[in-house]
Design a protein around this ligand. Sequence first.
Ligand code: CTP
Ligand code: MG
Length: 390
Amino acid sequence: MADTSNPSPQPVSFAAIVVAAGKGLRAGGERPKQFREWRGKPLIRHSVEALADAGSNPILVVLASDTQDLAERALAGIEGVKFVQGGRTRQQSVANGLEALREQAPQTVLIHDAARPDLPQSVIDRLLGALSAHSGAIPVLPVVDSLAIAQKDGTMGGKAEREVLRRVQTPQAFRYAEILSAHKNWAGEPDAGDDAQVLAQKGGAIALVQGDERLKKVTFAEDFVTEQQAQFRIGQGFDVHRLVEGEELWLCGVQIPHDKGLSGHSDADVALHAITDAVLGGIGDGDIGTHFPPSDPQWRGARSAQFLEHAVKLADEAGYALGNIDLTIICEAPKIGPHRSSMREAVSAMIGLSTDAISIKATTTERLGFTGRGEGIAAQAIVSLSAIRP
Ligand code: CTP
Ligand code: MG
């Protein structure tokens, strides 16, 4: 019997050129911006993956000659990627990419800046849709600020009409034969603003489709800083241990004199357990039981400081540093206030966070519940984490 179920839609096939031969002078850094890390992978990899997912084949990546190694590493394993030598200007880099497609002669080509990592599929769909009736299609956004025309003497002149102006992004979509011929015969400024301008000069009709703020081009050093700041996480943890006679009472790595102590597999430091779970929560890496199973005899009577130290090390490996800790200990007795500063100092010594960033609070539950009856102590913690590597 014929299979009548809907097959998943096949992606439309088209070629793509990703220009990545620039030096990224405005962004600075040890290597050109397109090969720097951006949200966990090389910046260029984001858009090349999006193009591959959208069905682009081949994807020609245009490179400066000394960056081939960087590009090979950054794009390892993505199907359809080929490298082409870039030119002195962006226009020349695009022209080289188009030349390299001659044999294949695709019907449609998308030209994209490697410096725009976030490439939504919806934009690709709009561009390809508009190409059926036009020689080219480009994503644009309205101008939100009012505009002024700057004169050479630094004063304002003329009248700028915001309503008819648009901000232009990439990718830009073209019928291959037309954009190839336009670039080949380009006799304008050595660095054409973009490919649509090259085609427009030849009289090609270019559709304006809705762009996307996410397509923003990474240009300046601050763009990397802002991105790093954006990588901020929080985690929370909660723990309870039973108060019993004949046990020591440890809170935040400090032994506190009391007629009862906390029972548990390790030293039962409920406060450090809550902080440890908050750190693990912030990096999405399980909980204290995942890393230190209570069934494992090696953790019997263990100092809980090592659990927290290990969680902070895992956060570091994941690329995050602790920003601050806010801990609340919930018990009727003992009084926490007199021990607060030694507890903050103990946590600070454990993980190298300044005491200003370690808050230790305590509350009772008004004699209500298990903490109110002195049967146990509860602790909850919240931590902030921020990315340490751009
Ligand atoms: N580009 C290129 N070949 C050139 C110049 C630029 O392929 N000769 C590419 C860049 O790699 C980038 C895109 O064109 O992906 C947009 O250019 P831009 O943002 O100006 O990047 P850079 O020229 O590298 O940066 P800068 O101008 O700050 O040096
Ligand atoms: Mg440039």
